[in-house]
Design a protein around this ligand. Structure first.
Ligand code: GLA
Length: 384
């Protein structure tokens, strides 16, 4: 590509014209189940000219579009009980809003998902200072975390992608060169599986997650307060006013945080519980009963009664951040042109607990040379 053409495309991207986003094209031969080989197209260009690709996968009735920028899940399409598909993840139609939004739509989050108090932690006697991008704290790896980086993407099978990136020593204040490989797979059944792996050349902390906002009615159609949510957690980590865990593992019994039997997300969201005031709704880590597991174990079920769409979440992680989209305020216009307002999507971010580097009794997030960080999460899509 000549520099001139690149400049033209870059301006087109900024003007929101570069990418066609009317669904994911699928070769006619693969229609039916919608299966297809991973397909690459140009989604836009960064201001410095770097090309951003969009990869699409389809298998078992699920279709997924992933950006090389931020490893972002840009679309995730699943059928309802009548076989009608909808894009169940919040996002944008073009690259430009992804560059500036602070919502982390669909993004691959690192090096540390969630908050670290004061953006500071001490490891082996050395104190590390991270950028403060969330009041007094560091959130989701800092102001230029993994969600703001371009990933090298290669197809890894009929419906799988490998995302790779080497995060240099000291990036966003974190010690060690971190070599990260993330695989996004659509299984035969149309489940969306994410496998994370990372190694380091110096002691560091790692907590990777994905920040997809789900709305099983389809993005841009309204609130998720009618979704039924079950979370297999008898305890949660209460937070202070800046959303840092107090250190307590509190029982969910008798609180709005009790999702063990499943209930509509909106049922208790307006209860006058002080914890709900801190994050303007649910923005809390639930302590999964199963703890850290070698294989993904049951974490949560999300069900949308009207469409029948159901997502079952399994993970190797000990926690899940349930965020009810509290900070969406109508200012961002999503993929199909509708503005996102409060609770128009929800996140279930599988993770180690927030601020673990400063809370010695939480499961450890330390990674040392010679060890491999591994984490897996499976989103299974069914209807009922
Ligand atoms: C995470 C945090 C929330 C919020 C969102 C992005 O889920 O826990 O407080 O910052 O990201 O808006």
């Amino acid at each position: 590509m000549t520099p001139d053409r690149r400049t033209v495309l870059a301006s087109a991207a900024v003007a929101g014209l570069a990418a066609t986003t009317t669904g994911l094209a699928t070769p006619a031969a693969a229609e039916g189940r919608g299966d297809a080989q991973p397909r690459r197209e140009t989604f836009g260009h960064l201001p410095d000219g770097t090309r951003v690709d969009r990869w699409t996968l389809a298998r078992g009735g699920t279709r997924l579009a992933v950006l090389s920028y931020g490893g972002i899940v840009q679309r995730l399409e699943t059928p309802d009980r009548h076989g009608r598909t909808a894009n169940v993840s919040l996002g944008f139609a073009t690259l430009e809003p992804y560059l500036t939004a602070t919502t982390y739509f669909g993004a691959l989050i690192g090096r540390y998902g969630n908050r670290i108090a004061g953006g500071r932690f001490t490891l082996d006697g050395t104190t590390h200072q991270l950028p403060l991008n969330d009041g007094p704290n560091s959130l989701h790896g800092g102001n230029a975390g993994f969600d703001k980086r371009v990933w090298e993407i290669t197809p890894a099978g009929p419906a799988a992608l490998t995302l790779h990136r080497v995060s240099p020593d000291g990036e966003m204040g974190y010690p060690g060169t971190l070599d990260v490989t993330v695989t996004y797979t659509l299984t035969d059944d149309g489940d969306f599986r994410i496998d994370y792996a990372a190694t380091t050349d110096a002691p560091t902390v790692v907590n990777l997650t994905n920040h997809t906002y789900f709305n099983l009615a389809g993005e841009g159609t309204g609130s998720i307060l009618d979704h039924r949510l079950e979370i297999a957690a008898a305890r949660y980590t209460p937070v202070d006013a800046t959303l840092i865990p107090t250190g307590e593992l509190a029982s969910v019994s008798g609180t709005p945080f009790d999702f063990r039997r499943g209930k509509p997300v909106g049922q208790d969201i307006r209860r006058g519980h002080p914890q709900l005031g801190h994050g303007k709704g649910f923005d809390h880590n639930l302590v999964l009963d199963k703890g850290v597991t070698r294989r993904p174990g049951h974490a949560a079920t999300l069900h949308h009664p009207a469409s029948g769409r159901t997502m079952t979440l399994a993970t190797t992680e000990p926690g899940v951040q349930f965020y009810s989209g509290n900070f969406l305020d109508g200012a961002l216009v999503g993929t199909t042109g509708n503005a996102y307002r409060q609770s128009d999507g929800l996140c279930l971010e599988t993770q180690h607990y927030p601020d673990s580097p400063n809370q010695p009794h939480f499961p450890s997030t330390v990674l040392r040379p010679g060890q491999t960080y591994r984490s897996s999460t499976v989103h299974a899509f069914t209807t009922r």
